[in-house]
Design a protein around this ligand. Structure first.
Ligand code: HEC
Ligand code: HEC
Ligand code: HEC
Length: 490
């Protein structure tokens, strides 16, 4: 781990513990006391069912999607870290969680592991950023933590490769500030079964809330980037992407989907004439959801059905917009000077060979009408798909759309204006025609999405604190002076 852990860090960690409820504090004190016994406890547990425990841990690691974040793209060693998570505050790099003694978690006891995964604090007391979804994993059961630990200790190959350091700008570079954030936003409660619901719903809740951490993407966040608990799953943003409302609401959520469609989407990322999974959802399907058992997928569907419906003011479901286009004939041969003409020409040149001139797609390529990416109430996913493309490997088959916004792609790079024009063409013909995209929207998506308040305000936090401190000082000084004057005149 990086050498963040000075004595001031451990002081603040202690202060942080004192803010916790009594039960948690006693658990933490218990952890310290127990740390010397861990080795033996683990060995006893290990006994006969060790293979079963490891197999369960392997499944849980898939369900919790540990590999997606902890494996570098393009051939990184499994779990050796180095994957960059684009946060609005800067890129946060995942660390090496292989059982390497030198560079990974090889010398972590089960308690150390539990504390890192559920409380976001490493063995040496360093606070993790919540890019590691410990707020969701806090709900994991002790039994599942044991199984995960057994899997990481015994089956994952150790990789002696140091983790790269995350360097966020001040003040986010001060990791101990996460202690304050945790005090406000981290609940240490494990998930309690809801007795009024079926066993299947409860299993789905555990999968969705603790393991698959659906809400880390699909829930809105407050000014401090913590999930807004009241409106769970009613839509959030993940960098440039928008994670739609997936509450049971009939118009804004998934209330109009059939059970079979939801199950198929979660397992494959594709439902014809409805939706496809790109970006972070493609990763969730590829690395995690496609590996779940059918009963677990069914439990997730049952859970989604039972969520509180939260409307976002939509008049019709986002998969019901648009129809086949017939403008091809009227716009063919035009000079391409107006934005509408240019949008058509970009579409003809860059999109129509796959999605077809009338937008209806074919057996291999999806239709652009009846498509949640074009009928949504925000254009983010349409723009992001054009810029970054789509890649999703399910059952060994890769579904692929080229990226038109990055140099790495073999396609022509489209300018912000071209992407805006083609987006408006697609929206007007096939999707939510009320939306208008301007080149600045495209630039924002290209740069990773809009910045939340806390990131925008960051450069001003330190100066603002100085100003506030100065005002407070002045007030105190003048109050003291006034008190003196009064004492003198009395
Ligand atoms: C959404 C991305 C994401 C997922 C999913 C994720 N992690 Fe992490 N994890 C991170 C990041 C990023 C860090 C480093 C954060 C930092 O440096 O503050 C991290 C850090 C850790 C650490 C601290 C290791 C150390 O350096 O001492 C452990 C342990 C860990 N993760 C285990 C897991 C396990 C086990 C899972 C699956 C149950 C998991 N992570 C899933 C992103 C993720
Ligand atoms: C890493 C972020 C992330 C996680 C985790 C995640 N999603 Fe998503 N999800 C997205 C994004 C982004 C989209 C939009 C994808 C697109 O349209 O290409 C999406 C789309 C969906 C859709 C389709 C909605 C529509 O109208 O097109 C459903 C259903 C869904 N997610 C369910 C889930 C469930 C259930 C979970 C947890 C098991 C989950 N997601 C976990 C980011 C995520
Ligand atoms: C080489 C073929 C190809 C080209 C060219 C192409 N696409 Fe796609 N597109 C795909 C495939 C494949 C998918 C995903 C299908 C799936 O996920 O099942 C897709 C998906 C989409 C989606 C849905 C994304 C989501 O998040 O749900 C949109 C919108 C889209 N394309 C728009 C465009 C536009 C606009 C262009 C032109 C700028 C374009 N495509 C060019 C093949 C292509």
């Amino acid at each position: 781990m990086p050498p963040y852990c000075g004595s001031s860090e451990s002081l603040s960690v202690r202060a942080f513990f004192s803010g916790y409820s009594r039960t948690v504090r006693s658990v933490l004190i218990g952890l310290l006391a127990a740390s010397s016994l861990v080795g033996t406890a683990y060995a006893q547990d290990a006994g006969g069912n060790q293979a079963e425990l490891i197999a369960r841990g392997r499944y849980l690691a898939k369900a919790a999607d540990c590999a997606a974040c902890h494996t570098a793209p393009d051939g990184g060693e499994p779990y050796a870290g180095g994957y960059g998570i684009q946060s609005p505050l800067g890129t946060i790099l995942s660390t090496n969680i292989t059982p390497s003694k030198a560079n990974g978690i090889g010398d972590y006891s089960e308690q150390d592991f539990a504390r890192a995964v559920r409380a976001g604090i490493t063995k040496d007391g360093t606070h993790l950023y919540p890019a590691m979804p410990y707020t969701a994993y806090a709900k994991l059961s002790d039994a599942d933590i044991s199984a995960l630990y057994a899997y990481f200790k015994s089956e994952v190959k150790p990789v002696d490769q140091p983790s790269k350091e995350t360097e966020l700008p001040f003040p986010f570079s001060i990791r101990s500030s996460m202690a304050a954030w945790n005090m406000l936003f981290l609940s240490s409660d494990r998930l309690q079964p809801d007795a009024s619901r079926s066993a299947e719903w409860n299993r789905g809740a555990y999968l969705a809330e603790a393991l698959e951490h659906c809400s880390t993407c699909h829930s809105p966040r407050n000014l401090f980037m913590a999930e807004d608990a009241g409106s769970g799953l009613s839509g959030g943003t993940v960098g440039p992407w928008s994670a739609p409302n997936i509450t049971s609401d009939k118009k804004s959520g998934i209330g109009g989907w059939s059970d079979a469609e939801l199950l198929q989407y979660l397992r494959t990322g594709h439902v014809a004439s409805k939706a496809q999974a790109a970006g972070p959802m493609a990763e969730a399907v590829e690395h995690s959801l496609q590996h779940l058992t059918d009963p677990d997928l069914k439990a997730l569907v049952t859970y989604l059905r039972g969520t509180k419906p939260v409307g976002s003011g939509d008049k019709q479901p986002r998969y019901t917009f648009g129809k086949p286009s017939a403008t091809e004939l009227s716009l063919r041969g035009t000079a391409g000077l107006t934005p509408a003409e240019n949008g058509f020409h970009v579409f003809s040149g860059a999109c129509a060979n796959c999605h077809q001139a009338d937008g209806g797609g074919n057996a291999r390529y999806p239709s652009l009408y009846n498509n949640t990416a074009t009928g949504a109430n925000t254009p983010e996913n349409l723009i992001a798909t054009i810029l970054f493309g789509l890649s999703r490997t399910v059952d060994g088959v890769t579904i692929f759309m080229p990226a038109f916004g990055t140099d790495a792609s073999f396609t022509d790079r489209l300018s912000d204006k071209d992407v805006a024009d083609v987006s408006n063409y697609v929206l007007s013909q096939f999707g939510n025609a009320a939306l208008k995209v301007v080149p600045a929207d495209v630039a924002r998506v290209r740069e990773g999405g809009s910045k939340p308040f806390i990131a925008v305000a960051a450069p001003f936090i330190a100066p603002a604190a100085v100003v506030v401190a100065a005002i407070v000082l002045l007030l105190i000084v003048s109050a003291v002076a006034r008190g003196r004057r009064r004492a003198a005149t009395a």
